[in-house]
Design a binder for this molecule. Structure first.
Ligand code: FDA
Length: 291
C-alpha cells in the first residue's frame, strides 16, 4: 500500500510524527477534560541497538511531557525494547524508563502484545511492580482464554494501599482459537466477567473500549459495586468514537486517550491492518464520513 494513501486514513489515529505534534494533541485533549497516555510507535525490533535508541526516546518523551505539564502518563510495548531478543536487556531498559517516570511521580503502562509475549510481559510487570509499586501497570486482554486465571494469579500484588492497575481491553492480535475467544459475544461476556472480578477484588481498572454495549454494561457494574472514582477510568484510542468519548466525559467519568506518535507510524498502521482487516473498513468509513 502506498505510504501517502495509508497516511491519509491513518492520520486521524496518529497524533503526528514527532513529539511536538503529540504534545499539541495532548494539550488539546487536556483542554477537553481528557487525560492521556503517550505512546511512541514501534514494536518487534530486530536489533538491540534499536532498543537503546527507543529507551532514549522514551526518556526524552517523559522529560518533554513533564516540562509541558501534560496531564497523563506513558504506555510502551516491550518488544520495542527487545523482549523477544533478550528479556533481561528489555527489562533493564524498561526499568530505567519506569524509574524516570517514578522520579516525576508518574506511571508507565506496559501494553500487552501477542501470545508469544504474554507470560514474558506478566513476568516483566511482576518484577517492575516489586520495585515501583505505584508507577507501573499492565494491560490484560479479555479475548485470551487464560486471562481470568492470570488476573487471579496476580492478586498477590494487590493491596488496599496500592491496588494493582490494569487496563482491560478486548485484544487486537490474531490468535489461534485454542488460545483466544473469537466471537464478539463471547469476547464481550469474558470482558465483563474480568471487569466484575476486578471490581469485586478492588483492582484499579482502565476500561479500554469503544464498544457502546460494553460501556453501558460497565456503568451498571460501577453502580452495582459502588466503585469509587479513584478506582477506575475509561480509556479510548486517539481519534476513535469521539462522540461516545464525550458522552462518558459529560457523565463525569475519568477518561484517558491513548495518543500514539512517531516516525514508525507506517509499519504500525500496516501491521494493524494486516492483523485486523476489519479495521480497514472502519478506517475507510471514517475517511468518507469526514469528507
Ligand atoms: P470493537 O472492536 O467491538 O469495536 C466497537 C466499536 O468501536 C466498533 O463497532 C466501532 O464503531 C468502534 N471502533 C473500534 N475500533 C475502531 C477504529 N480503529 N476506528 C473506528 N472505529 C472503531 N489491544 C491489545 O491487544 N493490547 C493493548 O495493549 C491494547 N491497548 C489499548 C489501549 C486502549 C486505550 C484501547 C482503547 C485499546 C487498546 N487495545 C489494545 C486495542 C483493543 O484490544 C481493541 O482491539 C480495540 O479497542 C477495539 O475493541 P473495542 O473494545 O473498541 O470493541
Amino acid at each position: 500500500m502506498p505510504q501517502g494513501f495509508v497516511w491519509e486514513f491513518s492520520k486521524r489515529y496518529i497524533a503526528g510524527k514527532v513529539i511536538d505534534d503529540a504534545i499539541v494533541a495532548c494539550k488539546e485533549l487536556n483542554k477537553q477534560g481528557v487525560i492521556v497516555t503517550l505512546d511512541v510507535l514501534g514494536e518487534f525490533i530486530k536489533t538491540l541497538d534499536e532498543a537503546e535508541a527507543n529507551k532514549n526516546e522514551y526518556l526524552n518523551v517523559i522529560e518533554v511531557g513533564e516540562k509541558n505539564k501534560i496531564k497523563g502518563n506513558y504506555s510502551l510495548k516491550p518488544t520495542m525494547f527487545g523482549l523477544l531478543i533478550d528479556p533481561e536487556v528489555c527489562y533493564r531498559h524498561i526499568r530505567d524508563i519506569v524509574a524516570k517516570a517514578a522520579e516525576h511521580k508518574n506511571f508507565i503502562r506496559v501494553d500487552m502484545e501477542d501470545t508469544p509475549c504474554t507470560s514474558l510481559e506478566i513476568e516483566l510487570f511482576r518484577k517492575l511492580k516489586k520495585e515501583f509499586p505505584a508507577n507501573v501497570g499492565l494491560v490484560v486482554q479479555a479475548y485470551l482464554r487464560r486471562t481470568l486465571h492470570d488476573i487471579t494469579d496476580m492478586l498477590d500484588l494487590n493491596t488496599p494501599e496500592i491496588p494493582v492497575n490494569f487496563r482491560l481491553c478486548k485484544g487486537i492480535y490474531t490468535e489461534p482459537k485454542e488460545l483466544a475467544y473469537k466471537e464478539y459475544e463471547e469476547i464481550n461476556e469474558h470482558y465483563l466477567e474480568d471487569l466484575e472480578f476486578m471490581f469485586r477484588n478492588k483492582i484499579y481498572v482502565g476500561i479500554a473500549t469503544h464498544d457502546k454495549p460494553l460501556v453501558d454494561a460497565a456503568y451498571k457494574l460501577i453502580e452495582k459495586y459502588n466503585v469509587p472514582e479513584n478506582m477506575y477510568e475509561f480509556q479510548m484510542l486517539y481519534g476513535v468514537t469521539p462522540e461516545l468519548r464525550q458522552s462518558i466525559v459529560y457523565k463525569g467519568h475519568k477518561m484517558r486517550v491513548y495518543v500514539p506518535y512517531g516516525v514508525k507510524w507506517f509499519a504500525y498502521c500496516t501491521r494493524r491492518l494486516k492483523e485486523n482487516p476489519k479495521m480497514a473498513g472502519m478506517i475507510i468509513k471514517a475517511l468518507f464520513k469526514r469528507g
